[in-house]
Design a protein. Structure first.
Length: 142
């Protein structure tokens, strides 16, 4: 089984960025934790600050074939990127939307996701565990 774990803008700053909201682990530490928790899975980890790079990665994985799915924390793109939404619609691989924070407890503008309707499900509010739960959700379908 192979799974893409993809993070969008500002998530490269995890560990330093608002640790009271997002926790103290770096993205690298989070990714190593995921890989360690699921030794049977082949992971690809990708992060970009750029919308187009995230879209290109989805298409690259799709072209390669055989990806069991994508765990996606699109950061703020979650709330307004129709382009990323259309890219998710354009691929066959199932995508799980994840967030470290409980976006529904936060500012109003974080309550709506333009991605959720084209994802198989949404996990928010469990910190690093949100990613692990996302992987588990994909494995249940496999
Ligand atoms: C986030 C929530 C988003 O609203 C925010 O823009 C992020 C991180 C989260 O993981 O909680 O960058 O996706």
């Amino acid at each position: 089984t192979s799974i893409l774990v993809m993070n969008g803008p500002n998530l490269s700053r995890l560990g330093k960025r608002e640790p009271e909201v997002y926790g103290s682990l770096t993205l690298d530490e989070i990714n190593r934790g995921i890989a360690g928790a699921f030794p049977e899975v082949t992971f690809e980890f990708f992060q970009s600050e750029y919308e187009g790079a995230l879209i290109e990665k989805l298409f690259e994985v799709e072209e390669r074939g055989g990806c069991a799915g994508v765990v996606l924390n699109a950061g703020a793109f979650t709330h307004y990127s129709i382009a990323l939404r259309d890219a998710i619609s354009a691929i066959k691989a199932p995508v799980v939307e994840v967030h470290l924070s409980n976006v529904h407890k936060r500012e109003e503008f974080r309550h709506h996701s333009v991605l959720s309707a084209v994802c198989i499900g949404v996990i928010a509010g469990f910190g690093v565990e949100s990613y692990h739960l996302g992987v588990r959700a994909l494995l249940l379908r496999d």
